[in-house]
Design a protein around this ligand. Structure first.
Ligand code: F6P
Length: 317
């Protein structure tokens, strides 16, 4: 089952889970539309052919949804009844923070084995160096910023580009490093200090005619529109523009890294079930597969590498 926001590489994970389970003599069923399909019984048996020719495709062939009903005890009871009716003995849930939070509550309530795979472009799950979809989204951001730079430099403009990430700044910070942007405004730092004020004080344009600042979407950062409005007040002469990259960051064919990682994690999910592991998320730390208890993966705030901010500042003077 895939749930929550789709992420490139989810199909590679579905393929690996299906084939590894069949390889190990299990039967596999695909649950459509996340927890919603689990409640309504939108379920189909999967053979190896069901997952042919999908490793290169973005999105998720199982579809996905954000399901409010699963947040209620009544909804979860219906989901449990579906699993019993379908004779499903264990669940592999692929998704982000919301998906794994739901999985954790469900697993505890019904003493049911669930293994999670981190599928989100946000990279905000603790206990894994990267999540499925993050690398592809980062590459998409990099390509978009490269294009915006062409027009920004032609017009001597200052661009604020908003990227996704929910409450995390991984995409903004590493997107800025990869695209040679001048700065990144991210929630982790904005909580502590006014990054935009610092930037204005430091001099927004010391040596350049055009600049690009990546802003992580979040109430804490105020988003790209908020940043642009403030700068326009202080520097009315600046030619400021805003681009919000939005959902295009979630689409596209997954990168090699996402395909490989999703495949490794998918196989590991079946290994975990065979080892009687339950209520863990599969993670990757220093290239090694690890099992991370749900409680750790979703409760802890994953720290950003603060050295990267300094590297960004040095490399963009
Ligand atoms: O969690 C993935 C994500 O793309 C976030 O970066 C973003 O805040 C959110 O989902 C958008 O959700 P939706 O597709 O429901 O608008």
């Amino acid at each position: 089952m895939t749930s929550g926001g789709d992420a490139p590489g989810m199909n590679a994970a579905i393929r690996a889970v299906t084939r590894s389970a069949i390889y190990n003599g299990m039967k596999v069923k695909g649950i459509y539309r996340g927890y919603k399909g689990l409640i309504t019984g939108e379920i189909e048996e999967f053979k190896t052919q069901n997952v042919s020719n999908i490793i290169q495709r973005g999105g998720t062939i199982l579809k996905t949804a954000r399901c409010m009903e699963f947040k209620t005890p009544e909804g979860r009871k219906l989901a449990y009844e579906t699993l019993q009716k379908e004779e499903i003995d264990a669940l592999v849930a692929i998704g982000g923070d919301g998906t794994l939070t739901g999985a954790r509550i469900f697993a505890q309530e019904f003493n049911y084995p669930v293994v999670g795979l981190p599928g989100t472009i946000d990279n905000d799950l603790f206990g894994t160096d990267v999540t499925i979809g993050y690398d592809t989204a980062l590459n998409t951001i990099m390509e978009c910023v490269d294009k915006i730079r062409d027009t920004a430099s032609s017009h001597d403009r200052l661009f604020f580009i908003e990227v996704m990430g929910r409450d995390a700044g991984f995409l903004a910070l590493n997107g800025a490093l990869a695209s040679g942007a001048e700065a990144a405004i991210i929630p982790e730092i904005s909580k502590e200090k006014d990054q935009l004020s610092d930037m204005i004080e430091f001099g927004l344009r010391t040596s350049k005619n055009s600049s690009i600042v990546l802003v992580a979407e979040s109430e804490v950062t105020g988003g790209a529109i908020g940043a642009a409005e403030r700068v326009k007040k202080e520097y009315p002469n600046f030619d400021v523009r805003v681009t919000i990259l939005g959902h295009l960051q979630r689409g596209g064919s997954p990168s090699a890294q996402d395909r490989i990682m999703a495949t490794r994690m998918g196989v590991a999910a079946i290994d975990a079930l065979l080892e009687d592991q339950r209520n863990v998320m599969i993670g990757i730390q220093n290239e090694q597969i690890v099992y991370v208890p749900f409680s750790k993966a979703i409760r802890n705030e994953k720290p950003i590498n603060r050295d990267l901010l300094n590297i960004l500042r040095i490399s963009s003077i």
